[in-house]
Design a protein around this ligand. Structure first.
Ligand SMILES: NC(=O)c1ccc[n+]([C@@H]2O[C@H](COP(=O)([O-])OP(=O)(O)OC[C@H]3O[C@@H](n4cnc5c(N)ncnc54)[C@H](OP(=O)(O)O)[C@@H]3O)[C@@H](O)[C@H]2O)c1
Length: 341
């Protein structure tokens, strides 16, 4: 069976804001009769849009080398097997794989994770039961050594990672302060996710203002800071960390578009680490790839019991992928940003 496959090719390195001009559409022909043993053909249903895509476009080495131009934009895919030469995956199975922004992909059976649509809607494999959840869960509980009654501050709190962190911390009996950029997101954090206090960072742009807002929300100081944003918010947190505080650097989205090549210099509060014997640690979802089952064993039941909620911002249409990525940097999403193919 011959198939026309549309792909978004990454063609130009952005120097600032990422946009559609950095991609071009490509069309190729695939033939399912050419599958090798152990391979399946997957039809994409949902494609993931993630801030890390912008990091990979930097000219600097990160956790890997800068992505070269002329390749399909990498990313998570949830799709349906429509042809199979695998003994493990059959037609009609839903899978999660990392095949990027394209409508179809040939996938090795061991590169695909079989999904059970009865456990949760399959799109959750990209969000609340997927990569962002993994770094939320292991980052907070293991690297963050979360303890009951800790005061936890989460930046980027209404996003895919942040909204999961907020809820895990609440489930574990902590006081949680969420920081996000719109009133609607703040309401989501308090009314639906149970955050104890919220701060709109757009109303507290200076270090002094953010420090005052945090001090007001956390008068007894901060035990755990789960950082998705960086910049002024993070500078302000350093002012208020408690003895043996744990600072987790999950992301620095405020720095991606303009700061990856020339990072913004901020105030220096590292002396606070000395007095408090606090720790600061970078956390990466991929370091916990092989512990997915462990996470799902706890998070799956939470989701089923309604203890763990999730939101997805789903844009319709394959052609909207670059627009969706640019939109994340303007905060258009609440919860996981996904494109429905
Ligand atoms: N370490 C890892 O393995 C790992 C894995 C996944 C994600 N991450 C990181 O975690 C962070 C969140 O990722 P996500 O996938 O959950 O994305 P997300 O939070 O769902 O979406 C990004 C959000 O960031 C906020 N934002 C954008 N530009 C900002 C700026 N200049 N200053 C402050 N906030 C800004 C926007 O919300 P507002 O409306 O609130 O501004 C936007 O909705 C990112 O930094 C990402 O790189 C790390």
């Amino acid at each position: 069976m011959k198939i026309t496959n549309k792909q978004w090719i990454y063609t130009e390195r952005p120097s600032g804001q990422i946009g559609e001009e950095h991609y071009k559409l490509n069309v190729e022909e695939l033939n399912s009769d050419n599958l090798n043993e152990g391979e399946v053909l997957v039809k994409a249903l949902y494609l993931s849009v993630d801030p890390y895509m912008r990091i990979q476009q930097s000219t600097h080495n990160t956790w890997e080398k800068p992505h070269s131009l002329g390749i399909v934009q990498g990313g998570g895919m949830v799709g349906e097997v429509i042809a199979s030469r695998s003994t493990k995956l059959k037609n009609g199975d839903f899978v999660n794989c990392y095949k990027g922004w394209q409508q179809f992909a040939i996938v090795q059976e061991n590169e695909a994770r079989l999904l059970n649509p009865e456990v949760a809607p399959i799109s959750t494999a990209l969000g609340v039961l997927g990569m962002p959840a993994r770094v939320a869960y292991f980052g907070l509980l293991e690297a963050g050594k979360l303890k009951k009654e800790d005061t936890v501050v989460v930046s980027g709190a209404a996003g895919a990672v942040g909204s999961t962190v907020v809820q895990i911390a609440k489930i574990k009996g902590c006081k949680v302060i969420g920081i996000a950029g719109t009133q609607e997101k703040l309401d989501f954090l308090t009314d639906e996710l149970g955050a104890d206090a919220v701060i709109n960072y757009k109303e507290h742009r200076s270090l002094e203002e953010m420090t005052a807002a945090l001090n007001n929300a956390a008068p007894n100081g901060i035990d755990v800071y789960y950082d998705n944003v960086g910049g002024v918010i993070t500078d302000a947190v350093f002012n208020l960390i408690n003895h043996k505080a744990r600072i987790l650097i999950c992301g620095q989205i405020s720095q991606y578009n303009h700061g990856l090549e020339t990072p913004e210099l901020g105030p220096r509060f590292l002396h606070k680490m000395l007095y408090t014997r606090a720790t600061i640690q970078g956390i990466l979802s991929r370091d916990y790839n092989d512990r997915m089952e462990e996470m799902l064993a706890e998070m799956g039941p939470w989701l089923k019991e309604g203890k763990l909620k999730y939101k997805e911002t789903i844009l319709d249409g394959f052609d909207n992928l670059p627009k969706a990525l640019a939109g994340m940097f303007e905060g258009v999403n609440t919860g996981k940003m996904i494109v429905k193919v």
